[in-house]
Design a protein around this ligand. Sequence first.
Ligand code: PGA
Length: 228
Amino acid sequence: MKKLIVANWKANKSLLEAQDWLNHFLTDENLSMIDPEKKEVILAPAHFLLSTVAKFSSRASNLNLAVQDLSPYPAGSYTGAISAENLNGLNVKYALLGHSERRRYFSETCQQVAKKVELALAAEIQPIICLDLDYLDEQAAALTEAHFKKCMVAYEPLTAIGSGRNETTSEVAKAVKKIKRVFGSVPVLYGGSVTADNVADYRKVVDGVLVGGASLQAANFIDLIQQV
Ligand code: PGA
C-alpha cells in the first residue's frame, strides 16, 4: 500500500503565507518525487484556506486535501460550523476527526467524533480518526462497526504531539497491534513529532504519518517526503 503523508497545518498560516508555501512546494521537481504508486501527500489547512489549497492541489494528481475537523451537525442553522455539505465541490478527500487538540481545547467527546464520522462518510469523505490508546476502546464503542471499518486511524500519543519526543517504532508497532485488534485491518498512521530525520523509521510499522510542526515550512516538508 502506498504511504500517506498528511500535513496538518492546524491554526497556522494566513492566506499569503499559505500561497507562499504552495508556490514553494508545487514545483514540477517536487511533484515528481511523489510517485503516485508509492506516496500520497495530503494537505490539511485551516478551513478558510481550503479553496485556495484546492486550486493549487488540483494541478497534481498525487496531492489531496483533508479538512481538519467537521461539524457534528448537517448543513443548517449552526453558526460558525463547517458541515460536510459545505465542502461539496472542493474535492476534500479526507477528514481528520477527533484530533487530541479538539478533544482537549474544545471538549470534543467520542460520541461527537462518531457523529462526525457518520456525516463525513455520508458525504463520501474518508475519516481519519485521531486517537491515543487511553480512549481507543471508548472511541470504537461509540462507532458502529459499519462505520469504523471504513475509517483510517491516526495513532497520536499525547506525549509525542508537538513535544519533540516522538515514540519509538517498537512502541508504535505495539499500539498499531492494539488498534487493529479493536478496529480490524484499517490503515493506521502515526503522528507525534515526526520529522525528516525520523520519518523513515516508521515506514515498516505504519501506513503513513501525520505531520504538524515539520509541515509548516515547505522546505522541511519536502525533505520529509523524500525520506518516506
Ligand atoms: P506534531 O503534530 O508533528 O507537531 O507533533 C502532529 C499532530 O498533531 O498531528
